[in-house]
Design a protein around this ligand. Sequence first.
Ligand SMILES: [Zn+2]
Length: 274
Amino acid sequence: MQKIIDAHVHLSERQDDALIRFARMNGLRYTLEELLGTMERYGITRGLLLSPPLQGTLALPNDKVIALCARSGGMLAPVVTVEPTAKDVKAAVKLAKENTKEVKAFKVRLGYVKASAESPVFSGLYDYAESEGLPVLFHTGDTAFSTGDLSRSHPLTLDGLANKREGLTMVLCHFGNPWFEDVAELLYKHPNVYADISGLITGSKGYAEKYVEWLGKKISEAIYFAGGAEKIIFGTDYPVTKHSEALDLVRRLDVEESDKEKILWHNAERVFRL
Ligand SMILES: [Zn+2]
């Protein structure tokens, strides 16, 4: 039986969650109950839960992410979000050490915070992640709000870090949208670089059908360039993209069925040790 892992999920159950706008656009209630029910309906057995942005500049505190996962009956596992201050890096590493069984990865919100991937403030985080074999997820490409900083979220800003830290597993979220070819090159060049395909479709504006077609073509071409799908990971970015639309994107890829299976669960299972 086919199983599916969703490596990019958000939830907070808070009124000041900045992703509520996307939930409304998608007609979603954006609750734990809805999320778990939908996962079950689509055969998604595990999900990685990431802190959503709150209104203002902060993200949901990591202890809340861990608490939500604890209520999920083993379906959700936490990813610890790390903000660019010495205090936050220390606290994130401490939290991961206290919850080694649960925590599967870290996340750096490039484009939303005033630091780039190679900022020295993250050194302690990368040291720990590397030594424990914990992947670090990086937001890359387009930001959910018009105030985002694309010069810091561009995927090529991660080339230098991948060069310096060959032992650090790096996952580029949203395939660097719209810089798919740059991500294809990073996947090809660096054995330690992976990418997720989450959050690429949201709402329906003009040319929605053409856009999804284009997206399927772009991701397929990246797979041809990289010479395989071993490093591409499925994710929804719930509530930004609906489960049905995220899965439809995988269905559209012009690649072997075995590669779709790698994208849907094999790769995530291996990279996040699920
Ligand atoms: Zn996200």
